[in-house]
Design a protein around this ligand. Structure first.
Ligand code: SF4
Length: 363
């Protein structure tokens, strides 16, 4: 299933459930500001199973990502994976790179029916990665876990954060992603939420150059690439095609091909709050009291985020708004309004003379 083949008014392509915020690590960019202890009000096993049943109501093969914190901090994670698989869900997991991620555990994850394991690598060397993750040994443990996933036949995704501290590492990281036989490289452009507020994003023009480089990597690599919180990757790709062929490519401008917060993407927090994304922590309701499916389809917040004509500022005036629309999470983090312009994008629509977004986070 591809994002472009589903009706994102009806269902998310990706549903993330943050099982817990507990984690051994304290990474510099952590959205969840992960804690060493589990929260006493986390969704229980029974509530989680009900959530998975509801997720299945979206339709066949719904993709569910179990995230954290470290989702393996809970002792019912295997039970929940197996329950989701029984329901017909495509279950994936984003564990933290710690010593607890042993080859036996990874084999058990593969045996439980998990479809994909996603590991974070933010530096191509132990120093760079461990410095970012603030944990000596995390690079080695993560690479060993990746090799164990290969051994277990478990498809591997590598997640990387792009910010001023990591951007120079990207060429070496591309080599590492290939060496680890990953099927997908998910490249996340920093949103200043949680602990990520202390990191510097790359400047907008540099972000565009990185996206141009990623389109070239994408066409040459054996693995796929997806960007997270950077839908202007699609604008950049269209502009590149235009300049290569000197043709308007108007068809591509009208066609949605990706997902953004609330539009093909939904996030359930450890306490059941339903957000458009983990990086857009504005609740539409709580799955303890509201229907997951109704919140996604009918809540005013989600409906608004799916309406390109509701966008404000230069994103609202942009001819790429149907295919891009900007990161709603970054707009929310920097202005408090999820419909405002995305400050990471340097593009100014022709004829637009309104205000341009600030690039520093709001107080
Ligand atoms: S101005 Fe907004 S909609 Fe247009 S390309 Fe930039 S982020 Fe996308």
């Amino acid at each position: 299933m591809r994002p472009s083949t589903i009706d994102t008014n009806q269902r998310p392509f990706v549903l993330v459930w943050e099982l817990t915020q507990a984690c051994e690590l304290a990474c510099k960019h952590c959205r969840a500001e992960a804690q060493p202890q589990r929260h006493p009000d986390e969704l229980t096993t029974e509530e989680g199973k009900r959530l998975l049943e509801e997720a299945n109501e979206f339709g066949e093969n719904q993709l569910v990502v179990l995230s954290g914190g470290d989702p393996l901090y809970r002792d019912d994670t295997f039970d929940l994976i197996e329950y989701g698989v029984e329901q017909g869900l495509q279950m994936t997991l984003t564990p933290s790179g710690t010593a607890s991620l042993t080859p036996d555990r990874i084999q058990a994850l593969a045996d439980s029916g998990l479809r994909r394991l996603a590991l974070s690598i933010d530096g191509a060397t132990p120093d760079a990665h461990d410095g970012f993750r603030k944990e000596a040994g995390s690079f080695r443990q993560t690479v060993e876990a990746a090799r164990a996933a290969n051994e277990a036949g478990l498809p591997l995704q590598i997640n990387t954060t792009v910010c001023a501290e990591t951007v120079e590492q990207l060429p070496q990281l591309r080599e590492l992603v290939a060496d680890l036989d990953a099927v997908l490289w998910s490249v996340f452009f920093l949103v200043p939420v949680g602990r990520g507020q202390v990191l510097d994003p790359v400047p907008p023009e540099r972000a565009d150059r990185v996206m141009e480089w990623l389109t070239a990597v994408n066409s040459a690599a054996d693995f796929g690439i997806k960007t997270t919180e950077a839908p202007h990757y699609r604008r950049v790709a269209i502009q590149q095609r235009r300049s290569a062929t000197d043709k308007p490519d108007s068809d591509a401008i009208g066609r949605r091909t990706g997902i953004t917060a609330g539009d093909g993407f939904a996030f359930v927090s450890h306490t059941g709050e339903m957000y458009p994304s983990g990086f857009l922590p504005k609740p539409a309701g709580n799955v303890r009291t509201d229907s997951l499916v109704d919140l996604y389809r009918d809540s005013p917040l989600f409906e608004e985020l799916r309406d390109p004509d509701a966008l404000k500022g230069k994103c609202g005036a942009c001819e790429f708004r149907n295919v891009c629309g900007g990161s709603r999470s970054r707009a929310y983090a920097t202005t408090g309004d999820p419909l405002e312009s995305d400050p990471l994008c340097p593009y100014v629509p022709e004829g637009y003379d309104g205000p341009l977004p600030e690039q520093s986070p709001a107080d």
